[in-house]
Structures are given as structure tokens and as C-alpha cells.
Design a protein around this ligand. Structure first.
Ligand code: 13P
Length: 318
């Protein structure tokens, strides 16, 4: 069942965070559904602009619709990750997405407000939730690289004003994380004091933590052991999620970790089985390992075991 992120956030706020996982292909989709059902967790499927272009946006949509039928128990939102205005409008008009992110955070405050407000108005007409971003994360997203030195944390005063002016449903905040496998270079770290300050200005308002892959060292080591080169890769301490939840973080974005699991499984498989050309063999291993990874992440987010609670809350409202 597809629901909006806003519906999730109402139920989850200050109790648990919902995992928002990026997918690009069939194997990730199956692993994602299995892992969430194994751990009885609600979840958010994230589709980036790059994922929509990888084959064609209609392919990913068809795969997700098929998974929804295969796993009727699942409760999830379908969310556009880091959209520009044009892509947001396309998703809003598609009738498939239940949530979009408009990312105009690279613009000046006024311009960010202007673009975000237009998307919010259009999305809300159709009952679709909108995530916006204020502040700038470091790392690489959709081929745009932002040096951590140039990234800047979200200003709590501005955040309040931004939410009031745009009417967005949730806000991605820059709190020290960055996209990709190389986080926290130099003195960077997760700024809990900043999240607390933002929550003070925006009580009860859903906050989103981007760049939340933990970059598991086992996976990095496995990749390097089988010929990869990921020296010095580092991520978020997954035990920090539990500290962020009471501060208003309800959505945690994870993309890089999924790529690491995929790369580790495939590198290992083909090095150990040089004669194999049946890609379904590592594909199967990947789906199993990715499902386990998702279930583990949901334990850390507090979303594991919440599926029934969400179902009950939804049926009480409708
Ligand atoms: P990671 O690169 O840490 O997985 O972050 C992904 C993300 O925030 C997508 O919006």
C-alpha cells in the first residue's frame, strides 16, 4: 500500500524514523521489500533523477507496482529524491509518486522559497507531500559535488521562516552529514546541538537527515579485498539515529550503503567464481544480503516491528 510521507511522519514523530532507501533496479527493489517485511517495518522508496534516467522512469515504476502486488502487506511511500522543479512536476502529474523532494537549496533563500512554494502548491492540490531543503550538505548528489568546506549548516531561524513561507511538509536539514562514502573529513561531525536548535524553532515539525549511510567497514574491507579501492571511506554512526529521533528526525536517507552491499557481493562472487557468467547467482546473493542489511538498519531506526502500529493508525483515520 502506498501512502504519503506526511502520513508516516504523523505516526512516527519522536517515536521512530522511517528508512528512506534509494533504488535503481529490480534486485534492489525485491531486497528492499523483503527486508522491510522480514523486519515488519514501514519504509520509503526513494527514486532519484539519475535512477529515473538509468533505464526509463516507467521501468522503475512498473517494478515497484509489481512488488506492491507481490508483497501486499507492505506499507510504503514513493518519493522523488532531490528533484528540480521540472522533475517534481512530472512526478506530481504522474499519479504514482506520493511524495517529492524539491531541492533548491543551492539557490539564495528567497529563490529557494519561491521555487519550493510553487511545487508545494501544485503537489498539495493532489494530496502529495513535499520535502524541501535548507542549508547545504557536502558530498556528491546527482553528479553535483559540494566540497564539505562549502557546505553550510541549516540556520534554525531561517528554517522556521522557510517552513512558514513555503508550507512544505518536511525539511531536509544540513547537520554535518554529507552524501557518499567519505563523510566527516577534517573536524566535521554530526551536530546534535544544531538539530535540537532547529527543533526548538520548529516543534513537532518533521526533519529529514540526508547523507545517513553508515558505510559499514566490513563492506569496505570486502570491496577492497576483492580488488576495490575505497581507502578511508567513513559514514554516520548508526547508533546516532536513536539520538536524532527525539529531536524530530523522522526520515533517514540511505543510498550509498546499498551500493556498497551490491559492489561487495558482486566483486567477491566474480573473483571467487571466474568461470561464472550467470549473473542471477550473485543477483540472488545480493537480494538476500540487501534484505538483511535493510532489516538491520530498521532495528537501528526504530522502525522495525512498527508495521502493525502504522496499519492500525491508518485505519483509525480512514
Ligand atoms: P548517503 O550517500 O549517505 O547514502 O545519502 C543518501 C541521501 O541522502 C540521498 O538523498
Amino acid at each position: 500500500m502506498i501512502i504519503t510521507t506526511k502520513q508516516f511522519f504523523k505516526i512516527a514523530y519522536s517515536k521512530f524514523a522511517v528508512g528512506a532507501y534509494n533504488i535503481n533496479n529490480l534486485e534492489q527493489c525485491i531486497g528492499l521489500f523483503r527486508g522491510n517485511l522480514d523486519s515488519q517495518a514501514p519504509f520509503i522508496i526513494q527514486i532519484s533523477k539519475g535512477a529515473r534516467d538509468y533505464t526509463d522512469k516507467s521501468m522503475l515504476e512498473a517494478i515497484i507496482r509489481a512488488a506492491d502486488k507481490l508483497f501486499p502487506e507492505a506499507i510504503f511511500a514513493v518519493h522523488l529524491d532531490h528533484g528540480d522543479e521540472e522533475t517534481c512536476c512530472d512526478c506530481i502529474d504522474s499519479g504514482f509518486y506520493s511524495s517529492v523532494m524539491i531541492d533548491a537549496s543551492a539557490e539564495e533563500f528567497e529563490k529557494n522559497v519561491e521555487i519550493t512554494k510553487r511545487v508545494v502548491d501544485r503537489a498539495h492540490e493532489k494530496g502529495i507531500s513535499v520535502e524541501a531543503e535548507l542549508g547545504e550538505l557536502g558530498g556528491v548528489e546527482e553528479n553535483i559535488a559540494i566540497d564539505e568546506k562549502n557546505a553550510h549548516l541549516t540556520d534554525p531561524n531561517q528554517a522556521k521562516e522557510f517552513v512558514e513561507l513555503t508550507g512544505c511538509d518536511s525539511l531536509a536539514v544540513a547537520i554535518g552529514t554529507s552524501h557518499g562514502a567519505y563523510k566527516f573529513t577534517g573536524s566535521q561531525g554530526l551536530h546534535f546541538d544544531r538539530i535540537a536548535e532547529i527543533q526548538k524553532h520548529l516543534p513537532e515539525f518533521p526533519l529529514v537527515m540526508h547523507g545517513s549511510s553508515s558505510v559499514p567497514q566490513e563492506e569496505v574491507n570486502r570491496i577492497n579485498k576483492y580488488g576495490g579501492k575505497l581507502e578511508g571511506a567513513k559514514g554516520v554512526d548508526e547508533n546516532d539515529f536513536a539520538k536524532a529521533v527525539p529531536l524530530g528526525v523522522v526520515k533517514v536517507n540511505i543510498d550509498t550503503d546499498g551500493r556498497l552491499v551490491w559492489t561487495a557481493v558482486h566483486r567477491k562472487h566474480f573473483i571467487e567464481n571466474p568461470e561464472n557468467i550467470d549473473f542471477r547467482k550473485p543477483g540472488k546473493i545480493f537480494m538476500e544480503e540487501y534484505a538483511k542489511f535493510i532489516a538491520h538498519k530498521n532495528e537501528k531506526l526504530g522502525s522495525a516491528g512498527r508495521l502493525e502500529q502504522v496499519r492500525k493508525a491508518l485505519s483509525a483515520v480512514y
